[in-house]
Design a protein around this ligand. Structure first.
Ligand code: NAD
Length: 525
């Protein structure tokens, strides 16, 4: 089972065959190594610029040790970054660059990730706690996405509809302008690539705002981007700091044409409210409470590890986590027995340990939130049938580790069923037939993703069409690549990322109507 789980995990980012575990150092050396705490300024107008706002520290969630220090930026720093991005856009230095040149820059950004995969994944693991193998998978996903958008930059085409003999219409696509890219901490580099790739490909300039927990890895990535030749100053800027001050300043700024945000539904709602005063374009990639539906005819060798990893990958801190497992009544008892057995074997620990399969949650406040939901489930009468506790034995005591937790006997009106927990906590419900599964799956304000496990095509199609989510994976969990769109129905978001749909979000559509007849009669009409 463990082997099956590892091979499934290695496929999660669509980079089959990659040897993720490159560290050959003995486990004890890796775990006791001391890492330099680096300090980062903001990257604005092609320069590293200090702030008067002081610094903020990110901590390793597995040990509580400091990892990096980043600028606690002020609203003035955000204004400065927006001015530089505005200049770079309005001067035409980036939007009018030939697509081939924009594509070259995107390929080089992808290349810097591949060149320093080990160094960047180490820092990503130190800041997020996720296993090194997952960090490498995430970074390779980002490199892949950036390469995809390098190609897409050369395929932005319009159309020329003809509607009469002498009239010609040009329908062209132009970059939206200055974009604020607001990124969460759970997959900070791959989610940044989902925004940065299409923004640069389309000719936009950007101001990036990473989450506080992952400012170090983002600014380390910026350092490598800053060294690439041919990126005019001001095209890519990054400012760090709290969301409530720095992020909201970006959303308010009259110099920003579009906000591309990934994060919680609550923050997404606030961003939409603030952005409404200037009617700037907004893309929101928000929370989820996805259903993972297992039918009795499924291939259990795939469905079982698939369902386990759908929730416990990244310690449940994944927007598309299958956090509600629906199991057909006819197989409920036997499936759940095997599920609990398998989940109880997950090795929880420091992400630097090559044996670790699940790391800690990202912070003490996230730990409190997750434990609060576990208490609420118990108080509401659901049964904990696996886990349910913080891990405090040995080295676990230093970090924010939660046992893989399974709730059964869950009712649809419980908070643990309706709200996004964003931790390793699963709700399980039995269902009767396809209609029942669809109805339970749709009983949520979210509509991000879901998994269906079955061998019956009629059943698969009925359920796939009945569930209101932006993505439905059948007999697999997670996307195979950046070619396809991702995004939410209902309160899971607005717009799409990745695929050509993700590129279109950074483009405006303009109609240029040409009347080419010399006839004065036609001009008057
Ligand atoms: P969050 O909403 O707390 O923060 C996300 C980002 O927004 C951070 O950079 C934060 O600093 C910034 N921010 C916070 N308040 C802000 C404000 N008022 N104005 C502007 N910016 C502000 O989310 P998080 O805890 O970092 O991430 C977890 C959430 O992200 C989960 O809900 C998860 O489902 C969601 N998520 C969604 C997707 C997706 O593709 N749909 C992907 C990953 C994560």
């Amino acid at each position: 089972m463990v082997l099956l789980q590892s091979s499934l995990r290695n496929r999660q980012w669509g980079v089959d065959g990659t040897d993720f575990i490159s560290s050959r150092a003995p486990k004890a050396c890796i775990l006791q190594a001391k890492f330099e705490v680096k300090e980062y300024s903001n990257y604005i107008g092609g320069e590293w610029v200090g702030t008067s706002g002081g610094t903020m520290e990110s901590k390793n969630p597995a040990t509580g040790e400091p990892v990096s220090k980043a600028a606690r930026s002020t609203p003035d720093d955000v204004k400065h970054a927006v001015e530089e991005a505005r200049k770079a856009f309005d001067s035409g230095v980036w939007p009018s660059k030939r697509p081939a040149e924009r594509a070259r820059v995107l390929r080089e950004i992808s290349e810097v990730i591949r060149k320093d995969l080990d160094g960047l994944s180490l820092l990503l693991t130190l800041e997020t706690g996720k296993p090194l193998a997952d960090s490498k998978g995430e970074l390779l996903n980002a490199a892949n996405v950036l390469e995809y958008y390098a190609s897409a930059a050369r395929h932005i085409v319009g159309r020329v509809p003809r509607y009469s003999g002498t009239d010609v219409s040009l329908v062209v696509h132009e970059p939206v302008g200055v974009c604020g890219l607001i990124v969460p901490w759970n997959s900070p580099i791959s989610l940044l690539s989902w925004k940065l790739g299409p923004a640069l490909a389309s000719g936009c300039t950007v101001v990036i705002k990473p989450a506080g927990y992952t400012s170090g890895i983002t600014m380390e990535f910026m350092k490598r981007i800053g060294a690439i030749e041919g990126v005019p100053p001001g095209v890519i800027n990054a400012v760090t700091g709290p969301g409530e001050s720095v992020g909201s300043e970006l959303v308010k700024s009259p110099g920003v044409d579009k906000i591309s945000f990934t994060g919680s539904t609550e923050t997404g709602r606030r961003i939409m409210e603030v952005a409404s005063s200037s009617l700037k374009k907004v893309n929101l990639e928000c929370g989820g409470k996805s259903a993972d539906i297992v039918f009795d005819d499924a291939n259990m060798e795939a469905a079982l590890p698939g369902a386990v990893w759908s929730i416990f990958r990244s310690a449940g801190q994944s927007c598309n986590a299958g956090s509600r497992l629906l199991v057909q009544e006819t197989i409920y008892d036997s499936f759940m027995k095997q599920f609990r057995e398998s989940a109880s074997k997950i090795r929880v620990g420091n992400g630097l340990d090559p044996a670790t399969e699940m790391g800690p949650v990202v912070s003490e406040s996230q730990l409190d939130r997750v434990m609060g939901y576990i208490r609420s489930g118990e108080e509401d009468g659901a049964r904990v049938t696996l886990g349910g506790k913080r891990l405090v034995d040995g080295d676990h005591a230093k970090g924010f580790f939660v046992q893989p937790t399974v709730f059964e006997g869950v009712e649809g009106d419980m908070r643990i069923f309706q709200e996004e927990i964003f931790g390793p906590v699963l709700c399980v419900l039995p269902f009767g037939d396809e209609d029942d599964a669809i109805s339970i799956a749709n009983d949520t304000k979210f509509g991000l993703a879901g998994d269906v496990w079955s061998r019956n095509l009629v059943r698969i199609m009925k359920v796939s069409q009945g569930i209101r989510t932006g993505t439905l994976w059948v007999n697999r969990h997670l996307n195979p690549g950046p070619e396809v769109p991702f995004g939410g129905y209902k309160q899971s978001g607005l717009g799409r990322e990745t695929g050509m749909e993700g590129l279109m979000e950074f483009l405006q559509t303009k109609h240029i109507s040409l009347q080419l007849s010399e006839s004065s009669e036609r001009v008057r009409r």
